[in-house]
Ligand binder design. Sequence first.
Ligand SMILES: [Zn+2]
Length: 587
Amino acid sequence: MLRSIFFRSRPPLLREGGDYAFPNIQSRFQRLRAIWTILRAVSGDTIDDHMRRIPILLILIIAPIAALTDTYPRQPGVDAIHYIFRLSLLTTDANEIQGEATVNLRVVTDGLREMFLDLTSAADGKGMTVVGVTSNGQEVAFTHQSNRLKLPMPAGVKSGQDVSFTIRYHGIPAEGLRLIPNIHGDRTAFSENWPNRARQWLPMVDHPYDKATGEFIITTLPVYQVVANGLLIEQRDLPGGLRLTHWKQSVPISSWLYALGVARFAMHNVAMVKNVQLQSWVFPQDREKGYEAFEFHGRRSLEFFSERIGPYAYEKLANVEAAGLNGATEHASSIFYGERGVTQGRGAVVHETAHQWFGNAVTESDWDDVWLSEGFATYFNLLYTEQFDGRDAFVDGLKRSRTQILQLEQRMPNTPVIHRNLDDMRNVLNQFVYQKGGWTLHMLRGLIGTETFWNGIRDYYQRYQNQNVSTDDFRRVMEQKSGKELGWFFEQWLKRSGEPKLTGSWNYNSTAKKVEVELTQSQAGDPYRLLLGIGIFQTTGALPRVETVDFNGRRGTFSFDADTPPADVVLDPGTWVLMEPAQFSKK
Ligand SMILES: [Zn+2]
């Protein structure tokens, strides 16, 4: 996801239903219930037995774990496996869609009574109306209220059992799927599910934690082409002058990554890159500019990330020009880019391609950890710059990023990178998540070394590809790879707000032949632990000798042997530490 800088405000938050009255309590309760269930399974005791005997200490351990989640009401009793969305759209002048969704679910908890899918209710002429639901060919009773479609599970279901529902519905999407003319006046339909708008037109578990495979089977007029996730399975003409297009995504993905585009397109098979078909889909009027916007960096970034991180996870990669979008969205295997950028020959191709690895294949299971997606895409974009444009361009990028972070501190103080129980999805993105998340990866690389960093990244990707992760999962991989305890590092940079500020001075002690450095951490709050490079320039213009100090107190004095007085001494000459500009000079 990359927003145009001109697009500051987000669309209004979805109207959530009554279940949101006590969201924290609900999700905490579910977590606690899940933990009790585990305890019971381990010991054979009942929940009540444990409630009587549970030591206070254990409750104290559980409590903070339960607190660190966004407020979406997860359903641990059921797992979405596969969705098939059969949709008819743009067949008339109306913006109504006709839908039939088949949802395959796996039961996780014996005796589960019901589950719900997110689906926006009809209101003010928009939203979705459910006509009927069947399971095993039988109509089943359902309720659709407050944007939740509640479905009854068959009596006595067992863990591991698969249950399938087919939902017939129709309506005009208020959001999530835009049925609008593009900049050339042609009718189109483009999805934008980010972050929780799949429910506006698709019945789904609309949260990143539950990945599933899926299919779009689209009926529309033959003048349009259809692009979606995965592989094109079939295209055929139907009676009545219509055409059916069938796409199938065989790799599980989160709900915001489902993508559908219907328009008049020019499609270009760019190349096979590492055995992956790279495609461009642009409006025919923008053919030249569109291909120019996508193809050079699209090809090179797909190659670079495949080589450096691990094999691409999906069945193709399409870069798609989309109507009504500002910036771009990284949908798995079908990235959408706003048409205005594309017609000017630009698109955030590298950032969105990096997301295919981080965000899409390895996905945060909680919106609190959205930096695992955006911070990674931001830093991997910079790593691409380092690879192809050199170290200076890379450092320039880091410095611009640092300026953005420090400016945002003025407007949004007390905001850590990891959200604290995010409950308002309008706040899921901010520049800390992107820029400070990216800087945290850069500082991690500085701490453990470039080679260990890349080894850890490869291992993290391999281990968690097509799964969900937390920040702790990432930390554990990097700890194993580096042999270093990194809890303090992740806590300091991701859970604490603000940045360190250093003041200090240096002088040359000609008697002792030493460079002496005095430093103070002058920011509010506790001192940071900083692995800080101190650059000693013997002569102006030469490369500095860099001494790294572990500075973790309010004040520190450090001295380094030097036979002759240095020309200058600077802090962090390699640009490895995120901090406010230091006030540091010769005493
Ligand atoms: Zn992004």
